[in-house]
Ligand binder design. Sequence first.
Ligand code: ZLV
Ligand code: CA
Ligand code: ZN
Length: 393
Amino acid sequence: METKKRVAYFYNNEIGNYNYGKLHLMNPKRISMTHSLIVGYGVYKDLDVYTTREATKEEIMQFHDQDYVEYLSNYVSSTKIDFLRKNGCTAPIIDEEAKNDVEKKRQYGIDVQADCPGFDGVYTFSQLSTGGSIDAAHLIINNAADVAINWGGGLHHAKKGEAYGFCYVNDIVICILELLKVFPRVLYIDIDVHHGDGVEEAFFTTNRVMTVSFHEFGEDFFPGTGGLNSSGEGLGKNYAVNVPLRPGMDDESYKQLFKNVMNKVMEVFRPDVVVFQTGADSLANDKIGHFNLSIRGHGECLTYMLRFNVPVVVLGGGGYTIQNVSRCWAYETGLLVKKNLNGPIPVDDPFFHLYEKQNMLHVPIQQVENKNSKEDLNKIQEEVFKQLKEVDA
Ligand code: ZLV
Ligand code: CA
Ligand code: ZN
């Protein structure tokens, strides 16, 4: 019999106020929208709620280079500098020279025109994202929770010394490093529509972390890594698992493949703890991804992992149709406390106006062509199984 899980939830009201810029698709408001639905549907009372703190520089430097972290922590946007100057501030605001050094910006991946703009509070935002993931790990380590959720985390692309793909600090790598202080084996699962490259790269040569990413692949889809044959190196050989897919993945084919692969992974790797990146850009109608999953299908992948009775850290990730992101993560928070949320969005939700066009929690998905044939999917599964046969954990 499955027993009730102790579910912890990390949130900080501030996180939704950070802004990547008007035209950017990554919108931290989706975290606050998720929170409002969690409260509105009454899931809140079934959770152990914690306020997320900011991770310290030392914690962040467990993975990231000191010079990169210094740069990020000193970052102030030009708009803010102009504002302070106009208002009579004459003191040195930051190391302005370093900030404006074009070479440094390029080195650290910060570019206003591109994926990782410098914005006001970019460092504090990253500290909050990371603080939640670290404390989630600590609750699991202390056996104070069976499941610990941080929807503000899951920023899987950030590199050791470089921002990449909307991600500045890799909260996932740091969370896993915390878990590795106590647990021999950590399993990382990533259902964001993008390849979890930053996490894979960080643990590519170790057999203590198995990384499994399902992602859209081909035709220059970002980031372009995560092919079937990329499987780890040295001691880590076969411990990086990649499931590259074409556009149009639907619930049936995705769930089937996910369950088959994860069953085998659990059998051969036997992890002590799971870290699950729940990127919601794999849902239908995302503004970047081209999969066709329903919220229920996405959620079923997450809850499938509960049956193995291994503690789980649940993190957010991508997701660019923000109303669907909040729907999905609120629904999944419900599933984790055994509640099957449905029905209309509560009318007193502070973001109700954003759902007005479709005011239900679950939204219909259009039929689009699944570019993955049954044969393709069988072939991929076969290759992954072949790799997993070589794992000797
Ligand atoms: O969801 O970008 O394709 C976790 C996550 O996995 C690219 N970036 C790179 C490669 C060359 N570029 C394009 C740079 C353009 C910068 C602006 C956009 C602007 C408007 C609309 C969409 C994009 C965009 N950028 C779509 N895909 C990208 C990717 C980065 C995806 C990161 C996913 C992050 C949070
Ligand atoms: Ca992925
Ligand atoms: Zn993504």
